[in-house]
Design a protein around this ligand. Sequence first.
Ligand code: HEM
Length: 403
Amino acid sequence: AAAFTGGSAAGAVLGLVDRSPDGRSEQAAGAVSTPGRVVPFRGRHQAGIITPAQDRLVFGAFDVVTDSAGALRDVLDAWTIAAEAMTQGRSVPADDGSPQAPPTDTGEALGLPPAALTVTIGYGPRLFARFGLATRRPSALAELPPLPGDRLDPARCGGDICIQACSDDPQVAFHAVRNVTRLGRGVVVLRWLQLGFGRTSSTTTGQQTPRNLMGFKDGTRNLRADDTAALDRHVWIGTETDQPWLIGGSYLVARRIRMLIEAWDRASLSEQERVIGRRKVSGAPLTGSREYDPPDFSAVRAGELVIPSDAHIRLASPEHNAGRRMLRRGYSYTDGIDLSTGELDAGLFFISFHKDPATFIAVQRILGTQDALREYIVHTGSALFVCPPGLQDGESWGRQLFG
Ligand code: HEM
């Protein structure tokens, strides 16, 4: 693990000594206690998409408030340097190290290992209407249309740029978004921010399937990082795009889906299992006995479909959607209480990655009108971004976007 190489410029500015809690130097702590937890920042694809889902999420959507393409480009270049450093467990490098200036790193991640931090960037549709970027916009990138099941709060929708920070340590993920926000001052402002916990999807074969806040295993039939043919087919932008600079990237859909937890908790176990189409404890489809048994959508018992016609796993399945699949990488969230009703504001911050966002739209049109789950959820936030491919050595986000 290359954690904490390079020391901490901000630590020097702050007058802090880089120490892990047990007093060992950061370098030793990084090497000993977090082997293998540095996720490479550069590569063919951005990290944070097929990276094994970390436990925590901080997702920020930004509006660009400058009219200067140069200023935006400079911020994206500064973000590249900062993101790369932070994912390696280093502090945001100082510009001049002047003790009179505010510290270049806010400091709350000093002494913490990077905990598999990934920082993933995406660009929203409206960004490409400005800064001379119209010729760089892929035609597949447009605001998501109104969809059935929407009860959207505009304050939780859209954005020109997103930063998805994932880490096994919540403070490390928060630190990443906080520091890019600070570096972008005067050029970008945070539009909305979502914290997530308890990844709701496994994205590799080795990961155990976690449970969402409805208590069901989530991710059983998700796309897997080792299924490269399926990823090329469903997740990575390929030569079909009208913007070759985006090949190797992916479209990110974010949906804040509130669960009507009180109603769900009053539903019987058999009702809950019919809604999902799976057993709650084992995760097995109603037609099987083990989690990974393939669902049999045609099975009938006593004249009734065993997996009901409106079960979530039937309507979301590739079998029901002309073979369409997606990579889900969502997190649970809770934002306290909805003061208007006294009910919990909690649910799923759904994130999915697509070669073409039309897949999400098609599946959600079906789910939003027919899914039995729709009695228990409302979609309250929504955004679409295109994530560019990974950066090569020497490349920066600013240069990549502006060409
Ligand atoms: C599967 C829960 C929203 C797409 C599943 C499964 C659960 C689940 C428990 C079965 C396990 C698995 O294969 O992963 C939920 C909950 C949601 C939600 C609680 C909302 C709060 C959505 C949305 C979409 C979606 C909005 C996309 C528009 C899928 C897909 C599958 C799936 C594609 C896999 C189907 C298959 O390949 O068989 N979901 N889901 N889900 N869900 Fe959802």
